[in-house]
Design a protein around this ligand. Structure first.
Ligand SMILES: *[C@@H]1O[C@H](CO)[C@@H](O)[C@H](O)[C@H]1NC(C)=O
Ligand SMILES: *[C@@H]1O[C@H](CO)[C@@H](O)[C@H](O)[C@H]1NC(C)=O
Ligand SMILES: *[C@@H]1O[C@H](CO)[C@@H](O)[C@H](O)[C@H]1NC(C)=O
Ligand SMILES: *[C@@H]1O[C@H](CO)[C@@H](O)[C@H](O)[C@H]1NC(C)=O
Ligand SMILES: *[C@@H]1O[C@H](CO)[C@@H](O)[C@H](O)[C@H]1NC(C)=O
Ligand SMILES: *[C@@H]1O[C@H](CO)[C@@H](O)[C@H](O)[C@H]1NC(C)=O
Length: 304
């Protein structure tokens, strides 16, 4: 198979789903936004994103690497006290580090965003004029991606960042395999994905979601998707990611073979497709419900 050659063409260096994969998760989510959500999003995001959470979804990685944004660096993951493949476990109270983790960050930014949506409805926020609000939306769009990356919810070897492996003759880390080598393998990609529009591979995932063509039905991904219980839902998503590290991610823990060629990549592709698709649908649902919550509140107030 030709598709594994790409690995050496470009070497992303980000520490999460690579930035272009984040963009694509956002573009996928856009396909599921309700019209009302789209118009609210347009008011919250800074103008350079042109109302697109796909364009905005990668910002958080760059920001985490600036002096100003360093405090948010650890919000991209939760290092659980696990030891996959033998022991998988994730406990929010025990594992969320002081200073925050992806679960607490989802809670925090969701709650900020709720206020921002109310401001848009009240007419006091437009054109991305409030940076706290634009950041909150960009963080939520990013973290709902990260939390579905199995190695963003596992503490062993710092999420596999210190676990050396070989992939397509490249010497790399297990973390990088899940951030970008597997998505690129799944898409047979030879270039990074667009940061402006949805790429055909991700469009394909959107239509698989619509046609219910995953081995786990999309409605099940939304069993917990209520932004009024952010810690409960984000912890569930993180546990699900963590479980993959025992069920598959560390399955070649003792092997020295090339993961692109020993069957590992082929087995990983459906998992990475599933997790990316979950991330997109969960993000869209989260935003739709947040905007809907506010509508409901206004209706309640009118009724009072
Ligand atoms: C901005 O978005 C609008 C509507 O979604 C679209 O018609 C327009 O082409 C976009 N502009 C740019 C520069 O992408
Ligand atoms: C919540 O986010 C704001 C920035 O948007 C940050 O200043 C604050 O420290 C965060 N709080 C927690 C508990 O993470
Ligand atoms: C921006 O939004 C945040 C969150 O809703 C709010 O606390 C803050 O007062 C707003 N800033 C301005 C200048 O309106
Ligand atoms: C890895 O290198 C070997 C030997 O040069 C080559 O035969 C093989 O095709 C390479 N594999 C990939 C995935 O590039
Ligand atoms: C989008 O991709 C282009 C082409 O790869 C790149 O030059 C540009 O810096 C990217 N924009 C952002 C905001 O990452
Ligand atoms: C890896 O090797 C260790 C030590 O020999 C063994 O306990 C463990 O079960 C092996 N794990 C797998 C997944 O084969």
């Amino acid at each position: 198979m030709h598709f594994l050659k790409l690995a050496t063409f470009f070497l992303p260096s980000a520490a999460s789903w690579s930035t272009d994969v984040h963009n694509q998760i956002g573009f996928m989510a856009e396909q599921f936004l309700e019209p009302h959500t789209i118009s609210v999003v347009q008011h919250i995001l800074e103008p350079q994103y042109n109302g697109s959470i796909g364009r905005a979804a990668a910002w958080a990685d760059g920001y985490a690497h600036t002096d100003e944004g360093r405090f948010s660096y650890q919000w991209h993951w939760i290092d659980s006290h696990d030891f996959p493949p033998q022991r998988c476990d994730l406990d929010y109270n025990r594992d969320c580090a002081k200073g925050g983790c992806v679960v607490s960050a989802i809670e925090n930014q969701t709650s900020i965003l709720r206020g921002c949506i109310a401001d848009v409805k009240a007419g006091s926020l437009a054109n991305g004029a409030n940076l706290t609000c634009s950041y909150a939306l960009k963080w939520v769009s990013h973290f709902l991606g990260d939390i579905n990356q199995p190695l963003h919810a596992s503490g062993r070897a710092a999420g596999g960042n210190f676990f050396r492996v070989k992939f397509g003759n490249a010497s790399t880390e297990l973390h990088a395999v899940w951030d970008h080598y597997l998505p690129y393998t799944a898409a047979a990609a030879t270039h990074p994905f667009s940061n402006q529009t949805i790429a055909p591979f991700f469009e394909g995932l959107v239509s698989r979601i619509r046609k219910d063509l995953f081995w786990e039905a999309p409605y099940m991904w939304l069993a917990c998707s209520d932004p009024s219980t952010p810690v409960e839902c984000a912890t569930r998503w993180a546990r699900e990611s963590n479980k993959w590290t025992c069920d598959y991610v560390y399955s070649r823990v003792n092997a020295t073979s090339d993961l692109a060629e020993d069957g590992y990549a082929a087995g990983g592709v459906p998992i990475v497709e599933l997790q990316i698709s979950k991330a997109a649908l969960r993000l869209a649902t989260w935003l739709n419900k947040l905007v809907g919550e506010e509508n409901q509140k206004q209706v309640d107030q009118i009724e009072l």
